[in-house]
Design a binder for this molecule. Sequence first.
Ligand code: KDG
Ligand code: MG
Length: 411
Amino acid sequence: MSTKIVNAEVFVTSPSRNFVTLRLTTDDGVVGIGDATLNGRELAVASYLRDHVAQLMVGRDSRNIEDTWQFLYRAAYWRRGPVTMAAIAAVDMALWDIKGKYAGMPVYDLLGGASRRGCRAYGHASGMDLESLFDSIRYEMEEGYKSIRVQTSVPGIEKLYGVAAQAQSSGERYDFEPANRGSWPVEEDWDTRAYLRHVPTVFEAVRNEFGPDLPLLHDGHHRMTPREAAQLGKSLEPYDLYWLEDCTPAENQEALRYVRSQTTTPLAIGEVFNSIYDIKDLISEQLIDYVRCASTHFGGITQLKKVMNYAEMYQVKSGFHGPTDVSPIGFAAQLHVGMTIHNFGLQEYMPHSEKTKEVFTESLAFENGYLNPGETPGLGVEFNAEAAEKYPYEQAYLPYNRLADGTVHNW
Ligand code: KDG
Ligand code: MG
């Protein structure tokens, strides 16, 4: 057996949206793939991998995942940050993929084996008005989802994250992908008072229509101050949310102390975090209920598993970030973690487009609201480099917000 890495290649492809993929090959010809997609900043990670990491991989033993992780993290000296951690994540995933293939086992078996039959997923509903929102919720339920995220347009706000139904500039209706192709970010608008007034009325209407049982979620997308977040959490208490996500930006972890002291609405946070240090106080002080980190932006399987084992001690559960900008490889990576940890909560799931599935073939199954990575050795995703070539990189930016007076606001 010759498990040494002999080749490290980086691909940037855009089947509906941009993805950065790392492919490692061992002397035996075993191939492992990893996701390094950082929405809107893809080329920075591609360069980090191509120009600084690829040559360090060649000659390393693919079996030593922990050592490789620590080497890339510590030897860079400049630790953490989304670019570095997405690059480390891609290496980490590719190494777990390789290990699974050598062992003939799916990655979750190597991480401790399955703790459940499948990972419960939530779907995404949104609407410009109540009628279209109700239709969207019914559609998601018919698709099999047992938990639904609800985003709504707000009178007085023209363009808002999470409200679907606009065609993207690619020409496809690609509902939940906020990044727009082009050389400049789209400007959106924001009004916190209008939002805080409107959202509780929408949840009241949804509860009246769908009853008390259906787990409902909402994403505040980093836009509120601690006091505003506390107000929203309190005003949503009668509607029994499963979680309120990103109620504050949370670069400042202390902000959550105030929110937590004011409301019993469950809190989920972490999709923009890239290090265990970004979230450790939120976990140990039990200021949140769900960890939203994604394998791709959080240093891969190795660090995600560690943070969840830590969170288990504090009864904090997983709610991993699963938008379409996490590629099928990154998604599979966190699904394997979700299968094995004791403290799995709920998995975000946005199915990828047909073009994306042409480039990344997945063994993943979605049935009756549950996701399962399947029994394929490794991560269960194959990368088709020839298909990828058909879809070259296209520049894309996430939007940004401005207030009525022109001030830039969190998007
Ligand atoms: O690239 C940004 C998206 O990943 C983000 O806006 C999606 O907030 C998001 C979510 O909860 O899925
Ligand atoms: Mg979010």
